[in-house]
Design a protein around this ligand. Structure first.
Ligand code: ACO
Length: 323
């Protein structure tokens, strides 16, 4: 059998850092409230005119460099985003052209904050079915463009950024000891559309709209669904919680991350946490955290990584990857 092995990671954060203190000057909020409720201390915002594709391109270049691959050797580019440059073409095809990927195919995935896990599931399917040998998987977002600055309950929680992962087909034994993606479990339940959504779009208002969230309800679903998905992903891989070297969770909220880790039974020392510096970057949050941790030298070859995410839909999932 074939496995999708991770061979390079990259990320990009816009230059502009917005500390909680700056938000205090814009609305009735406080650094203390934001920190204690979410763990967020700062986030990056894209500059005027800087698009999701610009962030994605920078992250993609770093990931390709990290893998030692030319863009022309990539045969599939999968971009997870809920904040595309335009309604069409896909942001993925803009990135494809910009990085000099001359063949293959590129497409976007829309699963909001679970986008990177959905992307892993798709990239893995392309590789194990033999449709692609090298996949560039990117999560990129500019959520600062869809925030309602009159809504302090949501606007303090999000940031902009991008992360990327290069995956390559490699022959494997088909055992849990293989390197590469071992499982991807994805789920959605549309009865919860109203818990987290954007109040606009092409076929409704013809405007982009702003983010609306019932924070408490999302929180309640998040911990239960993430823990269950994480356990499912381990079960599907034939592994147990003791085998996990690192958890790379979606970086929405430190309280959700802690509660989920506790429910699965994994100590906080094994959890990669970047939410304090990035805020919630939706589909970009996992690959961003992954690349930052990789750059720090935290991952050893053979380490088992567990990734999990939930977001609008609700859509959620988990995946295991042996580094
Ligand atoms: N600054 C100061 N006070 C605020 C702020 C703010 N930014 N926002 C809300 N408050 C006030 C509220 O008005 C409320 O005041 P009241 O009691 O006088 O009415 C009080 O703080 C408590 O508000 P709650 O909403 O009850 O606060 P809660 O403890 O539930 O925390 C939070 C809110 C952080 C949004 C929490 O519900 C949460 O983390 N939810 C999950 C959200 C999330 O992470 N979503 C993303 C996952 S999906 C995705 O990534 C897209």
């Amino acid at each position: 059998p074939l496995r999708a092995v991770a061979v390079g990671a990259g990320h990009y954060l816009p230059d502009r850092v917005v500390e909680n203190a700056e938000l205090e000057s814009m609305m009735d909020t406080s650094d203390e409230w934001i920190r204690s409720r979410s763990g967020i201390e700062r986030r990056h915002f894209a500059a005027e005119g800087q698009k999701t594709s610009d962030l994605a391109i920078a992250a993609a270049r770093m990931a390709l460099d990290n893998a030692g691959f030319e863009a022309s050797s990539i045969d599939a580019l999968v971009l997870a985003t809920a904040t595309p440059d335009q309604t069409f073409p896909s942001t993925a095809t803009r990135v494809q052209h910009a990085i000099g990927m001359t063949g293959g195919f590129a497409f976007d995935i829309q699963a909001v904050c679970a986008g990177f896990i959905y992307g892993l599931a798709n990239a893995n399917a392309l590789i194990v079915s033999g449709q692609a040998k090298r996949v560039l998987l990117i999560g990129a977002e500019t959520f600062s463009r869809i925030l309602d600055w009159n809504d302090r309950t949501t606007s303090v929680l999000f940031g902009d950024g991008a992360g990327a992962l290069v995956l390559e087909a490699a022959p494997a034994d088909g055992t849990p000891e293989d390197r590469g993606i071992l499982s991807t479990n994805i789920y959605s339940d549309g009865q919860y559309n109203d818990l987290l959504y954007v109040d606009g779009g092409v076929s409704t208002t013809q405007k982009a709209g702003v983010l609306k969230m019932q924070g408490r309800e999302v929180f309640r679903h998040a911990v239960a669904k993430l823990a269950e998905a994480g356990e499912e992903a381990l079960l599907t891989s034939g592994l147990s919680v003791e085998d996990v070297a690192w958890v790379v969770p979606h970086q929405a909220n430190l309280r959700i991350i802690k509660a989920t880790a506790q429910r699965i039974g994994i100590p906080m020392e094994k959890i990669i946490v970047t939410v304090q510096d990035h805020g919630n970057t939706s589909a970009a949050s996992i690959p961003l955290a992954l690349s930052v941790a990789n750059q720090d030298g935290r991952f050893q070859r053979g380490d088992l990584l567990l990734m999990e995410a939930i977001g609008g839909g609700l859509a959620w999932g988990a995946a295991t990857l042996r580094w």
